[in-house]
Design a protein around this ligand. Structure first.
Ligand code: ZN
Length: 74
């Protein structure tokens, strides 16, 4: 059954809120907004060009983005 165009767009589905189309904020195009598309050198394991997806507080109190291999080792 057809409804006016506006009715199809409101209310927004929870997953479509904002610019990120999906809830998976660590995947896909969401990373492209980040510098280097979310990639860099992990300060813990020194892996280069790896995706730094997690913020971890290092032992000296500095917050750093680490790769998923280093996330659990806190
Ligand atoms: Zn790492």
């Amino acid at each position: 059954m057809l409804r006016p165009f506006r009715e199809y767009n409101v209310p927004l589905h929870p997953y479509t809120k904002g610019t990120n189309g999906m809830a998976k904020s660590n995947r896909g195009k969401a990373l492209w907004k980040l510098p280097s598309r979310g990639r860099g050198t992990c300060p813990v394991c020194r892996a280069t060009r790896i995706k730094l997806l997690y913020t971890r507080t290092l032992e000296d109190g500095v917050k750093a983005k680490v790769c998923k291999r280093c996330r659990a080792g806190a």
